[in-house]
Design a protein around this ligand. Structure first.
Ligand SMILES: [Ca+2]
Length: 155
């Protein structure tokens, strides 16, 4: 009886270690803040979606968390491509309207395949907002694939 309990505990612990590892492996976050505090500040990143062995990228999904409670709210725009944008969106926007909680803005998705996506982070008013953007490149079957972010402009 005692042996079974120990075995159960060991497998539970092993299970959570595996779970924790996969969560970390899937987490891609870009944190930042508006260094100027200006209302017109824009932070600009590029996100490269590549096949890291998990499959060809189909789309980028992203959402943002405004981490500073004030009147200014942080939002993101993701953009890629210029062709047939009215059929298959080339740009999408998401705003975190509630900045005094742990929640993120609505999840947005841009299905523009492999390559470089533009990510713009801005906010609605002057203030020293900090933010966290969560982003993932995924295959057509929703499998996480190669995702890397580069900072291009910090305001
Ligand atoms: Ca805010």
């Amino acid at each position: 009886m005692k042996l079974i309990s120990v075995k159960t505990i060991i497998s539970l612990v092993a299970g959570s270690v595996i779970l924790t590892h996969s969560v970390f492996a899937l987490a891609h976050n870009q944190s930042g803040s508006f260094t100027t505090g200006l209302a017109a500040a824009v932070d600009f990143y590029t996100v490269s979606c590549t096949d890291d062995g998990n499959g060809a990228p189909s789309y980028l999904e992203a959402r943002v968390k405004d981490m500073t409670a004030n009147s200014s709210k942080v939002n993101i725009t993701i953009q890629k491509g210029t062709t047939n944008c009215n059929t298959n969106a080339c740009a999408r926007f998401s705003l975190d309207a509630t900045d005094n909680d742990a929640g993120y803005s609505p999840l947005i998705k841009l299905t523009q395949g492999a390559g470089t996506y533009n990510l713009y982070v801005s906010h609605t008013a002057a203030g020293t907002d900090s933010y966290d953007v969560e982003l993932h490149c995924k295959t057509a079957t929703n499998v996480h694939t190669g995702t890397s972010t580069t900072s291009r402009q910090q305001q």
